[in-house]
Design a protein around this ligand. Structure first.
Ligand SMILES: *[C@@H]1O[C@H](CO)[C@@H](O)[C@H](O)[C@H]1NC(C)=O
Ligand SMILES: *[C@@H]1O[C@H](CO)[C@@H](O)[C@H](O)[C@H]1NC(C)=O
Length: 438
């Protein structure tokens, strides 16, 4: 009897949930009524399942989504029933094992937190577009192709491929479907968790600029002008997005048709945050290539933002037209010690699509470098349809141009005996001709 009692007590302790103190304070003060209930992640067991690994293509993605949905829904069931008995509103997710809970009071939070199990109730993560350093209308065309497109030598492979057959997703403030350089390449895939607009639109402008650099068809702005796009408005009109909205975007990418081959993400938040890691793992398991901007918080070391500072993805630093590192481009290593970024690309004074029907604006930042790599990846996949993440990663990193480093570029450490890779440029500034072996 005594033994049983001790056993049950220790079990209860081992599986007790926790409430983050910041959330507790905010709910006590009436500053918020919403929270994230985070359960242990099940992605590792799903992605390493031999049955899943033996599948490929559509059947693999279908099985992946079904396993994630089944396992998370079973784990979430007790919380769903308590939340419902407390009259709380909930939204369940499966690419991350989280439940968004609304309608909390201090009493209801205490009752929810008393549910047996291992979990944390915490605040929702908020991220933003990495603010562009300069934005001004550009009246002057810079020649047939914009400098960044030329620098990575995209036009030199356009006789082989312009990105035909590849779909790139833009998770950002939206995409301006009305722009002449973007209208014809929309592949038909749009989710707007903020405003539920029926079709692609972009009030802020950041997402349209990024989309234009990936595949804009006019004014020489696009790296892969024959690729197609879909989009999710994970960031609102002031450039902010929440964990809930971005996770909705992550799941849209896994369920929409056509599925994207590449996902371009010019957003993030404070470094060292793992909240988006399982979503990225799900994309990878589905064969998608995640590309992230690293942030504009340089030049100090360890200024990389998340998710870009996390593993399993390609993060991008910002170079100028002289192949120098942009002063503000975030530097590695990540807080966990990873060399970051993986590669660099043009991101300084980039001309691309605006929010009108045919206007162009100039912006700077790793947000502009990221879509150069997404466009380059579209060219690589179009020419090599069997390639996956590993082949793209190897092609981009082993062939990147290696500019002469300044002392400042070496300042954040060199992981090997050579100058490259380093925590400013990563493996170097991408070169499409070299990556394609042309
Ligand atoms: C919203 O985004 C802007 C950048 O666009 C940023 O300066 C601000 O801190 C963000 N707000 C929150 C709550 O994250
Ligand atoms: C954008 O999102 C942030 C974070 O959720 C929020 O604080 C802000 O009010 C929103 N702005 C608009 C215009 O929707």
């Amino acid at each position: 009897m005594k033994f049983l009692l001790i056993l049950s007590t220790s079990l209860a302790l081992a599986f007790a949930g926790t409430v983050d103190p910041d959330l507790q304070t905010a709910v006590d003060k009436g500053q918020t009524t919403s929270a994230i209930l985070a359960l242990p992640q099940i992605m590792a067991q799903v992605e390493s399942n031999p049955a899943l690994l033996s599948l490929s293509g559509d059947s693999k993605v279908t099985a992946l989504v079904a396993s994630l949905q089944g396992l998370t829904s079973a784990a979430q069931a007790p919380f769903v029933s308590i939340a419902s008995s407390l009259g709380l509103q909930i939204q369940q997710f499966w690419s991350s094992n989280i439940i968004h809970v609304k309608g909390l009071t201090p009493e209801k939070l205490a009752q929810l937190a008393a549910t047996p199990g291992e979990f944390e109730i915490r605040k929702e993560h908020v991220v933003s577009i990495f603010p562009s350093i300069e934005v001004h209308p550009a009246e002057v065309n810079q020649g047939p192709n914009q400098w960044g497109v030329v620098k990575i030598r995209a036009p030199d492979v356009w006789s082989t491929t312009r990105g035909e057959g590849v779909v790139v997703a833009i998770i950002d403030t939206g995409v301006n479907l009305g722009h002449v350089a973007l209208a014809d390449s929309y592949a038909g895939g749009w989710l707007d968790p903020h405003h539920s607009t029926p079709g692609p639109t972009d009030v802020q402008g950041h997402g349209s600029h990024c989309a234009g650099t990936v595949l804009g068809t006019q004014n020489g702005v696009g790296v892969a002008p024959a690729a197609k796009w879909i989009a999710c408005r994970g960031l609102n009109n002031t450039g902010n997005g929440t964990e809930v909205e971005l996770t909705a975007c992550a799941e849209f990418m896994l369920t929409t048709n056509p599925r994207p081959h590449i996902i371009s993400n010019s957003w993030g938040g404070r470094g060292g945050s793992t909240f988006f890691n399982t979503q990225v793992s799900a994309w990878r398991a589905a064969g998608m290539i995640p590309i992230f901007a690293l942030g504009n918080s340089g030049p100090l070391c360890r200024t990389a933002g998340s998710p870009g500072d996390q593993p399993n993805l390609i993060s991008v630093g910002n170079t100028n037209d002289q192949d120098g590192m942009n002063f503000l481009s975030s530097r590695g290593p990540s807080i966990a010690g990873l060399t970051k970024p993986e590669v660099s690309a043009p991101g300084t004074q980039i001309l691309s699509c605006g929010t009108g029907t045919s206007n162009y604006v100039t912006m700077s930042g790793t947000s502009m470098a990221c879509p150069h790599v997404a466009g380059a990846t579209a060219l690589l996949l179009s020419a090599n349809p069997t390639w996956g993440f590993d082949e793209v990663y190897a092609a981009l990193t082993t062939t990147a141009a290696r500019p002469t480093l300044t002392n400042a570029d070496r300042n954040c450490g060199l992981p090997g005996p050579d100058d490259f890779p380093n925590n400013a440029f990563g493996h170097g500034r991408i070169d499409v001709v070299a990556a394609l072996g042309k």
